[in-house]
Ligand binder design. Structure first.
Ligand code: SAH
Ligand code: SF4
Length: 410
């Protein structure tokens, strides 16, 4: 199931008209919410009665126009622009590499500024998946993940920290820079296979690195920025948070953020789920299903997506399929069967295609439509669960040597 490597795949993006600024000692305000921007203005002496108006100005420049320099903010006084430039930047996370898959999927490896105690700058990944009528951005919420699901590459990464609000929103800004998804902007890099829709990023999924409910406040504030109708305007119905099942936070997420929800289920018995998704030991399936049934706003029009990774000989029997259907009866649900994406060092294998089809048949007959998620960006290791930014990660040249690909990185 390996795709050939795209001849257009390339590393190390070059700065274009939306320059990717080098990280500096000044902190970025691109990505902050209204409260954060207001504080940033207060810190450089903007009087309280002006702040609201100034925040509104900044908001339009940052999130409607996507500017990357304060000098472009023509309706902001020269004096204030000067102060802003002295104190802050509009940097996005720094691009370490950009890869474009043969199917148009793009993956960015991003370097974040070091926080106080960190010895080295942490890295995360962001993936863009274009389809004909939509573009989905898969963003990370943490560096690494503490949860160690046994089939997930991210869980093997040692370094873990929560992303700041700017670092979460920064992934959206950066992707829009690179895809040219700002008014009047042209795409940078390889522009093939972008969707036909006016906006190139129509959907956001929190399915990159990390457990988003373990970084609740920052992810919530970032999604407020992403969904703000006067700014980035990605509606909450087009934002999906995926969780491994942090039960106590699910209802709160529904109340405070109200996005769509996806649950990484992967097994219908506690014994097996304990092994695959160890947080299950703390919050077993019964509690998880109760939290799902109680999810605020749940209806047939707003279903929960249950993700189920297909692991050969582990959870892929017809009995498993029937148990899945039984477990979900009564909950407005969608089912996503995810072919397991192998990574270097894993002992799991993906179920055979026939097994997946037979499993999907059972699920289909129970009334769930097209449940198998087609893997995207396999040639650049961009698929779910393959994101990992350190050590074991293969370089493009090593992958080429692997014999599966013919990388002609430019
Ligand atoms: N931590 C969150 C969100 C990130 S993982 C969560 O677990 O839900 C996004 C999805 O990818 C989850 O459903 C996860 O279980 C799945 N996943 C992880 N590793 C995978 C792999 N190697 N192959 C396929 N899916 C994987
Ligand atoms: Fe963390 Fe999700 Fe991977 Fe589990 S599947 S280790 S929760 S990122």
């Amino acid at each position: 199931m390996t795709a050939s490597f795209d001849s257009a795949a390339h590393e190390a993006a070059k700065p274009g008209p939306h320059p990717v600024a080098a990280p500096s000692a000044k902190s970025t305000i691109a990505g902050l919410g209204r409260a954060g921007l207001s504080e940033a203005l207060a810190a450089i002496g903007v009087p309280e009665k002006q702040r609201r108006m100034r925040v509104n100005q900044l908001w339009g420049w940052l999130y409607v126009r996507g500017v990357t320099g304060f000098d472009q903010m023509t309706d902001v006084s020269k004096e204030l622009r000067g102060k802003l430039t002295q104190a802050y930047t509009l940097d996005r996370p720094e691009i370490v590499s950009e890869q474009v898959s043969i199917d148009g999927t793009r993956k960015w490896l991003l370097r974040l500024p070091k926080l106080g105690h960190e010895l080295r700058a942490p890295e995360i990944e962001t993936v863009y998946i274009p389809e004909s009528d939509r573009g989905t951005l898969c963003i990370s919420s943490q560096v690494g993940c503490t949860l160690n699901c046994s089939f997930c590459h991210t869980g093997t990464q040692k370094l873990v920290r929560n992303l700041e609000v700017q670092e979460i929103v920064g992934q959206i800004l950066l992707a829009r820079d690179r895809i040219g998804d700002w008014p009047g902007a042209a795409p940078l890099g390889d522009a093939r296979l972008l969707p036909d829709s006016d906006r190139k990023i129509t959907n956001i999924v929190l399915m990159g690195m990390g457990e988003p409910l373990y970084n609740f406040d920052h992810v919530r504030d970032a999604m407020e920025v992403a969904s703000d109708g006067e700014g980035l305007s990605v509606s909450k119905r087009r934002i999906t948070l995926s969780t491994s099942g942090v039960v106590p936070e699910i209802a709160r997420w529904g109340e405070e953020a109200g996005t769509m929800l996806a649950i990484s289920l992967h097994a219908t018995r506690d014994e097996l789920r304990d092994e695959l998704v160890p947080i299950n030991k703390k919050y077993p399936i019964k509690e998880l299903m109760r939290a799902c049934s109680d999810y605020p706003g749940l209806s047939n029009a707003r279903r929960i997506t249950f993700e189920y990774v297909m692991l050969k000989g582990v959870n892929d029997s017809l009995a498993d399929a029937r148990a899945l259907v039984r477990l979900l009866a009564g909950v407005p649900a969608k089912i996503n069967l995810i072919p397991f994406n192998p990574w270097p060092g894993t002992s799991y294998e993906c179920s055979d295609w026939e097994t997946i089809e037979r499993f999907a048949d059972v699920v289909n007959k129970a009334g769930y439509a097209s449940p198998v998620r087609t893997p995207r960006g396999r040639d650049i290791l961009a698929a779910c669960g393959q994101l990992k930014s350190e050590s074991l990660k293969l370089r493009a040249s090593e992958r080429a040597a692997d014999g599966n690909s013919s990388d002609q990185a430019g």
